[in-house]
Design a protein around this ligand. Structure first.
Ligand SMILES: [Fe+2]
Length: 240
């Protein structure tokens, strides 16, 4: 369990300094923070007796939990494996967190299922239980991601050159199926700055066929305001 005062990199100077090296975590973690915040808010705002809204929110919670389980797997398989390959025990702290996260995810899935199927008299209580437990889980995740972005990045930067980290990231990205990529881009669209989105799409253009990139740009367009879309189109040299 992390506490804010014990977090690494917990100074304004560290927060304000530009990342000097390739940051394998920053984009996906921004997307996950956005997805988590949005989902906690949706659970809190749900009218439990509106069957359509209850089903939609339960669907969103389940999608978030499945996404977070997949994210843990990606980090275990690629990032932790890379750290451990050159520094035994170097990923132990966040690997231990991941074990706890998978347990919490299973419990939250049970709570979501209970809410989805609940009798009318139980719905309010079950929704509030899920809201509080999901919020606490998100809190733990936020602190965990801070450790990854500071301590684990420090390990990666000490152990690998940037070209090796870019190659590692590319191998991880290559395992993500198109549907999952579209879901991730839906959250990246609102979580990243326009210059970051331009970097993301330059990378995607280098790796994916034009129709696939166009489809992902369509996902972005659905999520962002007209001015934001226009700035992105300009940044990537495309007609708005
Ligand atoms: Fe993690």
């Amino acid at each position: 369990m992390h506490t804010v005062s014990a977090l690494p990199g917990n100074t304004y100077a560290a927060a304000a300094a530009p990342a000097p090296r390739f940051d394998i975590y920053v984009f996906i973690h921004k997307a996950l923070r956005e997805f988590m915040h949005h989902t906690v808010a949706a659970v809190g705002a749900m009218d439990v007796d509106d069957a359509g809204e209850r089903a939609d929110v339960c669907d969103q919670v389940e999608l978030l939990l499945a996404t977070l389980r997949g994210h843990v797997q990606h980090e275990n398989d690629f990032i932790h494996t890379a750290i451990e390959a050159r520094r035994a025990g170097g990923a132990a702290e966040t690997a231990g967190d991941h074990v706890e996260h998978l347990e919490a995810i299973a419990n939250l899935e049970d709570e979501t299922h209970a809410l989805r199927c609940a009798a009318p008299a139980q719905r309010t209580m079950l929704a509030l239980r899920l809201y509080r437990h999901l919020a606490a889980f998100v809190g733990e995740n936020l602190l965990h991601m801070q450790v990854e972005e500071t301590r684990n990045n420090a390990s990666l930067w000490a152990l690998y050159r940037d070209d090796e980290l870019v190659e590692l990231h590319g191998r991880l990205m290559a395992t993500i199926p198109p549907q999952e990529m579209a879901m991730t881009v839906r959250w990246l669209a609102v979580a990243l700055s326009v210059p970051e989105l331009a970097i993301l799409f330059a990378d995607l253009r280098a790796k994916a066929p034009p129709p696939a990139v166009e489809a992902l740009l369509g996902v972005v367009r659905e999520q962002v305001s007209a001015p934001r879309w226009a700035r992105l189109a300009q940044a990537i040299g495309r007609q708005p």
